[in-house]
Design a protein around this ligand. Structure first.
Ligand SMILES: Cc1ncc(COP(=O)(O)O)c(C=O)c1O
Length: 777
């Protein structure tokens, strides 16, 4: 139901009939029109019950507009569609005969097996009347409307003015649907509206709330308010009456295509005109309030304008056929319990993945078994800030490693996405090179004055492998000393070709060198961080070292003189010193920790945070160290796409605007403090370690792995992705950290009881989280 001025009867034209301009609009959209349709927002009424003003639009149509009429007129707009049914309710006019209008609805519902109804309610509708209404077959909820509000003027009414709490409570008790048309000047952007919706949806979680007209975003920009509500599971949107794609895009962005539904608002779909945003508000242009002689077009039907808006939004957002099936019928039927999604659920999909993808995933640390087997959600649908919606649509705050440390600005950061979208629109890849890589080389050399050149790849392990190859080419030597984890490639795993697990203690124990040529035995030599003696031993025993590759730090600062000594020794011996800044760089210090420690390496490598979620990797170095890159063949097709350097430039620009490192250090400190104090309160034996921006903790207990598993399971049940490592992002604000604190306190309390009662055998051993590589095979 829409507002005021358009509801005038046409004087010049016969309404409710298609005209040539409608037919050509339908033809232009032919390939977009759905094959099935379930109308989530439509009215059934009898003129006689409406008591509408004489010249009102409502009086211009048929005497009776029930199931049959809806079907006739809607079929005209959607000629290819099989009309499955709809969610219908009376027309909420100020002087409607409410009980007669509801009775007409109840009667009509009997004519369509798949259709459902909402009874029209007023604030004063009694509990008894609500119960009685719900007892009618296929009556599934309530339709309130502002014209009945106790708050006047009603267009400015708050939600509870026309939908008081007793109606919410009844809807909750009966698992009912509410179709809510919010009011006030800014509708979905009005803070009080958002606060009321949040409070009431959380208090009455069984209510399925449909925010009509994209949250009444007739002024399209108001739809951006959807971002304040997207963690609430029981909200859906219909886009009936919406004629501008700008009102649809924020709903898609913040809620995804699974929460949007197309509706006609029949008979509003039959109005000739369009609702347009203007100034801070909107206007319904119709046949009577606009001088069409001056226009270059004739008005078509609102229903067609709506379809066109969805078509534009679909093209803009990249919706495919399966998304549109959801929007045209799937979501509505799912919401009303009329069908089940056939999409795979998290755990079943992963089970299948393991049969078709060796290892199940492409990254060891994203295997759910690492966290909490059969509980940790393997897949996501949507991610934003530090929030994730899994494949089943469940919402989580991410207090794990936030994409293995790659997204320090937060997921789907608007500025990075803006730069990416522009490049996608202009073309990401072609036969020529992206100029952004030159700008990025300049930028990295500016930030690292010791460096003179750069090469680019698309990942961290690749960056290390390229750096090692260049160092070998430059020095003409083969062997590598290393400290830390540097990726999956042969040169690194060669260190484990000896008798022992030489890479144990460098992040991952048990890395199998299967598939690495035995000829690489004795080519890579690990040494422990801060163990200068071990390093010196390698230098003494291996005269033909090409490079030393190491993280400048990982869990702690280097001991005084450690890095300086390595710099000194490598220089004296003609060895290329490579700083691996893939995890610590940008996160702990802008540009990398070697800058903070005042060390000038010969090369440095970056990835992860440099692209804030987009694949990128960089190798920078002095001209002398990089010399071998001119001779060695180092070349790959997708290293020439644009998004990597575009994302890196945008991410650096964002980090130059604000002190990201300071902000995430602060959040990390807060979480470390929360972990420590909560553990003391609950008398839990934990050890917190690491830089605040790379926080981790462990349970100091013989059942530590089981405690870690139970911890993660409990946190998941409270809506948090949490393990024993937390890599903060810019999106982890005080409020979200507060929610984590609350969940953590409850979880630690639970663990205290488990330890006290020694009730570990309640958890199957096979559900224990895995650690290291070998246990995952
Ligand atoms: C220090 C370091 N180097 C290299 C890598 C490998 O990077 P990627 O996983 O992007 O290949 C990692 C990944 O964790 C890392 O922490």
């Amino acid at each position: 139901m829409s507002e005021n001025s358009f509801m005038k009867k046409s004087k010049t034209n016969k309404p409710w009939q298609l005209r040539p301009e409608d037919l050509s609009a339908i033809e232009a959209m032919a390939s977009f029109l759905p094959e099935k349709f379930y109308d989530i927002h439509a009215h059934w009424y009898r003129k006689a019950d409406l008591n509408a003003p004489e010249n009102s639009f409502w009086n211009s149509g048929p005497e009776i507009a029930g199931h049959e009429q809806w079907e006739d007129y809607t079929q005209q707009l959607l000629p290819k569609a099989s009309l499955l049914g709809g969610l219908f309710f009376p027309a909420p006019l100020p002087y409607v005969n409410l009980s007669a209008a509801n009775q007409f609805l109840f009667d009509e519902l009997e004519k369509s097996t798949l259709s459902r109804g909402l009874m029209l309610v007023k604030p004063e509708t009694s509990q008894k009347e609500l119960e009685l209404g719900l007892s009618h077959a296929n009556l599934v909820g309530f339709k309130p409307y502002h014209v009945y509000s106790t708050e006047t003027p009603t267009p400015h009414s708050g939600i509870t003015g026309f939908l008081p709490e007793p109606i919410w409570a009844s809807a909750h008790e009966n698992r009912a649907v509410i179709m809510l048309h919010i009011m006030k000047d800014k509708a979905l952007l009005d803070p009080q509206n958002c606060e009321d919706i949040r409070r009431l949806c959380l208090k009455y979680p069984n209510v399925r709330l449909i925010l009509a007209h994209c949250g009444r975003s007739f002024h399209a920009l108001h739809a951006e308010g959807a971002k304040f509500l997207n963690s609430i599971p029981n909200i859906w949107f219909d886009m009936s009456g919406i004629c501008e794609m700008q009102a649809i895009l924020p709903i898609l962005k913040h809620f995804g295509p699974e929460k949007l539904m197309f509706g006609t608002d029949f008979p509003v779909s039959q109005i000739r005109g369009k609702c347009v945003s203007i100034g801070n508000g909107f206007i319904w242009l119709d046949e009577n309030n606009c001088n069409w002689d001056q226009a270059w077009s004739k008005p078509t039907l609102v229903g067609l304008e709506s379809l066109n808006a969805l078509k534009e939004a679909a093209n803009n957002f990249g919706l495919d056929k399966s998304d549109l099936d959801l929007i045209f019928w799937g979501n509505a039927m799912h919401l009303l319990g009329l069908n089940e999604y056939s999409s795979p659920t998290n755990q079943s999909y992963y089970k299948h993945a393991k049969t078709i993808i060796p290892g199940g995933t492409q990254l060891l640390s994203k295997r759910p078994e690492n966290m909490a087997p059969t509980h940790w959600p393997p897949y996501f649908k949507k991610a934003s800030g530090c929030e994730i919606w899994d494949l089943d649509g469940k919402h989580f705050y991410d207090f794990s490693t936030n994409a293995v440390g790659s997204c320090i600005l937060g997921y789907a950061h608007p500025e990075i996405n803006k730069a990416i979208i522009k490049k996608v629109n202009l073309g990401n890849m072609c036969s020529l090179n992206p100029p952004e890589e030159v700008a990025l080389a300049d930028k990295l050399c500016e930030i690292h004055p010791w460096a003179e050149q750069a090469r680019f790849v698309r990942g961290g392990g690749e960056a290390c492998a390229v750096a090692v190859r260049i160092a070998r080419a430059t020095t003409g030597k083969d062997k590598i000393a290393l400290c830390g984890y540097h990726g999956w490639q042969d040169w690194y795993l060669a260190a484990n070709l000896g008798e022992n697990d030489a890479l144990k203690g460098h992040l991952l124990p048990g890395l199998s060198p299967d598939g690495v040529p035995d000829a690489l035995r004795n080519t890579s030599f690990p040494f422990k961080f801060n163990d200068l003696e071990a390093f010196q031993e390698i230098i003494d025993q291996q005269p033909d070292l090409a490079a030393v590759i190491m993280e400048p730090c990982r869990y702690e600062d280097p001991a005084p003189g450690f890095l300086e000594a390595i710099r000194d020794i490598t220089k004296k011996n003609g060895i290329v010193l490579i700083m691996d800044e893939i995890t610590v760089g940008w996160r702990l210090h802008f540009g990398g920790m070697h800058l903070k420690y005042g060390i000038k390496p010969d090369m440095a490598v970056f990835a992860k945070a440099l692209g804030n979620g987009y694949p990128t990797g960089a190798i920078i170095g002095t001209k002398a160290a990089m010399e071998g890159a001119n001779r060695s063949f180092i070349s790959s097709t997708y290293w020439t796409e644009s998004l990597g350097p575009v994302a890196a430039l945008a991410t650096i620009a964002e980090m130059e605007k604000q002190d990201v490192q300071k902000a995430i250090k602060h959040s990390g400190r807060q979480v470390q403090h929360i972990l420590q104090t909560t553990a003391v309160n609950e008398n839990l034996p934990i050890k917190v370690k690491g830089f605040p921006a790379l926080t981790s903790f462990s349970f100091d207990h013989p059942e530590s792995e089981m405690l870690r598993t139970i911890f993660t399971q409990q946190m998941l049940s409270k809506g948090f992705l949490a393990g024993t490592a937390f890599y903060p992002t810019l999106a982890h604000n005080e409020k979200i950290i507060g929610l984590y604190h609350q969940a953590l306190a409850e979880t630690f309390g639970y663990l205290r009881v488990v330890i006290k009662e020694n009730s570990f055998d309640k958890w199957p051993k096979e559900e224990t989280a895995h650690s290291g590589f070998s246990r995952l095979l």
